[in-house]
Write a protein that binds this ligand. Structure first.
Ligand SMILES: [Zn+2]
Length: 381
């Protein structure tokens, strides 16, 4: 599924690094196929893009690593006797608001909120050691919904004080121009939410996990809250039901052209944004190591103790790409090793109609966004 979605992203964002991810080879020596006993199979000697926003394959690897870091932070703070709160923020959405506009204003509002005297006073009163903010976006019936979830590391039993930030956030939204006073009721209901440690732990446990193929809406899995938790409590969460970027990709693969255009808009404006922001002194307060790996480093990391299954030469790799069979290669490598890979390669030469043939045909008829890139990428490899 991730490879299939990645392929759609490659067609939709031809100017981005994702286009070459897990397709272009890094040297003349072909493409290595590895497997490990517990983490499945992987390719070696291929470019990785390291984009948590654009690439479903890299995003899975990166967010899993980030999830472990968040988990370590919560564990460290809880061991010190602290509590981690989950604060969620968004703003009233108007239909067809451009993502570029509301994203810029939203980030301005976040900054103003954190610089406000009231915020600083409350953070001091709850003895906050810092916070980690996660930026997310969904697309629902009212358009784009950028929102943040922030883990606040503080003393236990401070929920009441944190709830006072409700009005501080609403004032900020009005001052920045993301809402006006007439929307007060809506904002009181949906714009701000803070929950205690159980919710924070639950959110982190599911961080980065994709909604299942059958769930068109993602509220529950996306929010990291189990069904009971969402029901009646996660007010911001209920408001944010909608499609994630990768759900848009999936809908596009299934024929929803509009979803593809939305993914392009998202891809353009999220590029370069930080997904997670740790406040500067938090790692020190948690006695966690400072060395933070970049997304690119995590995505490019190779698993230790991997076994070399086989090496595909350039012609074989071109065949795999042209039949859209990267994932199939990994699956047979994992299950059957070199023999399985050799058998699949022989089968691929016989295979005419695959997804990629389908897109290739479309491309030749002038639906250039998918067809064109396959031909080019295959040549790149
Ligand atoms: Zn990638």
């Amino acid at each position: 599924m991730r490879y299939q979605l990645q392929r759609a992203a490659q067609g939709l964002l031809p100017g981005e690094r994702v286009k070459h991810c897990q397709r272009s080879t890094m040297s003349e020596s072909g493409v290595a196929v590895f497997r490990t006993s517990d983490s499945g199979a992987s390719f070696g000697n291929l470019t990785t893009c390291g984009s948590v926003w654009h690439c479903p394959v890299c995003a899975a690897k990166i967010t899993e690593q980030r999830r472990i870091e968040l988990q370590d932070a919560i564990t460290a703070w809880t061991k010190k006797g602290g509590e981690v709160y989950l604060m969620s923020q968004t703003f009233p959405h108007q239909l067809n608001q451009a993502l570029a506009d509301n994203l810029a204003l939203f980030s301005k509002a976040q900054q103003k909120f954190k610089n406000s005297r009231a915020y600083k006073r409350i953070m001091e009163e709850i003895s906050s050691a810092g916070s980690i903010r996660a930026l997310e976006v969904t697309h629902g019936e009212n358009g784009w919904h950028p929102h943040t979830h922030t883990l606040v590391f503080a003393f236990p039993g401070q929920l009441k004080l944190l709830e006072q930030l409700d009005m501080v956030w609403i004032d900020t939204l009005v001052k920045i121009g993301l809402a006006d006073r007439s929307q007060l009721n809506e904002m009181l209901q949906y714009a701000f939410d803070v929950q205690n440690g159980d919710y924070a732990a639950e959110y982190v446990a599911k961080f980065g996990h994709e909604p299942s193929a059958t769930s068109k809406t993602l509220t529950n899995s996306h929010w990291g809250a189990s069904h009971e938790l969402t029901k009646g409590h996660q007010k911001v969460g209920r408001r944010l039901s909608g499609r994630t970027a990768f759900t848009l990709l999936r809908d596009y693969v299934e024929g929803d052209e509009m979803a593809g255009e939305l993914f392009q808009e998202y891809g353009k404006h999220f590029k370069g944004k930080r997904q997670l922001f740790w406040s500067p002194k938090l790692r020190k307060a948690l006695t966690l190591p400072e060395d933070e790996r970049t997304d690119e480093e995590i995505a490019a990391e190779e698993l230790p103790e991997r076994e070399l299954v086989t090496v595909l030469d350039h012609e074989q790799w071109r065949l795999v790409l042209s039949r859209n069979a990267r994932f199939e290669i990994l699956r047979v490598a994992e299950d059957e090793g070199a023999v399985g890979v050799a058998r699949l390669l022989a089968e691929l030469t016989e295979r005419r109609y695959t997804h990629s043939d389908h897109y290739w045909e479309r491309g030749r008829r002038g639906w250039n966004h998918l067809g064109g890139f396959i031909g080019k990428a295959a040549m790149d490899a």
